[in-house]
Design a protein around this ligand. Structure first.
Ligand code: SF4
Ligand code: SF4
Length: 242
């Protein structure tokens, strides 16, 4: 294939991906700070796939992904980023078993980060259902809350739902840790901790990635963060006045 050839399925109406774009994506994967720690070589032995839980349920093989990277198959790497990389459960069983000490799960995480950086539709589609989780995390500092565990929300638990159909507000008060005496959040998060978390997200580029993937969600989350920071500034002022 010549350097200027565009890659595309001849029976698909999707636009072809220019060679330059494929190289840009691969360069981003290859230059990731973790790449050389995750890939040392590959025997193509398939031990990773044999032990991978996701490979049992999906059309997905960590061996295949590692081989694509090892052989620098740019077209197939791009293709795998459209769906397959999102099947990984990030359990790292593969990393524990690989005789070459590769981490297929770690390589997939790098590919996911790159998919987000390039605003790929696959990343947008996969991450969209998590917007509610992210909002809760930003607003409260944690994700699941006791008041979310209701029989209606977990109907698929069958008879086991009886285990959560209990007076949680009373039971939580019995826990000898005051920050767990809450129902709206899993535990009470100190506002300063939340502010520190926002600073980490900004410094590490997490918020930039979010803006690439979902601009509306980024705007809403930025507003929540601004409000929390204002609350914190007010609280600090009150402390100094006392
Ligand atoms: S990544 Fe490791 S376990 Fe998987 S095929 Fe290659 S050498 Fe084998
Ligand atoms: S980290 Fe991903 S690729 Fe590795 S075993 Fe787990 S699900 Fe499979």
């Amino acid at each position: 294939m010549s350097q200027s050839t565009a890659v595309g399925d001849p029976v698909s109406s999707d636009s072809a991906v220019p060679r330059e774009k494929l190289e840009e994506i691969y360069d981003d994967i290859r230059s990731h700070v973790m790449f050389d720690h995750e890939l040392y070589g590959c025997l193509n032995c398939g031990i990773c796939t044999a032990t991978c839980p996701s490979a049992h349920y999906y059309d997905f093989s960590p061996r295949e992904i590692v081989q694509l990277l090892w052989t620098e198959n740019l077209e197939a790497i791009h293709d795998a980023m459209q769906e397959k990389i999102w099947a990984c459960a990030q359990c790292y069983t593969c990393a524990a078993r690989c005789p070459f000490h590769n981490s297929p799960g770690g390589l997939i995480m790098i590919m996911r980060e790159t998919a987000i950086k390039h605003g790929m539709q696959s990343a947008k589609d996969v991450l969209r259902p998590f917007s509610r989780v992210l909002m809760k995390l930003v607003a409260t500092g944690n994700q699941l809350a006791p008041n979310m565990i209701t029989p209606d929300a977990f109907a698929d638990w069958g008879p086991n739902i009886a285990k959560v159909n209990a007076p949680l507000n009373v039971l939580r008060k019995a826990i000898p840790v005051p920050t767990l005496h809450t129902m709206d959040t899993a535990w009470e998060v100190n506002i300063r901790t939340s502010i520190e978390l926002y600073t980490i997200w900004e410094a590490t580029g997490v918020l930039d990635q979010l803006e690439t993937i979902d601009e509306n969600l980024f705007d809403v989350i930025s507003d929540v963060m601004d409000e929390k920071r204002a609350d914190y500034a007010d609280w600090l002022e009150e402390q100094q006045a006392d």
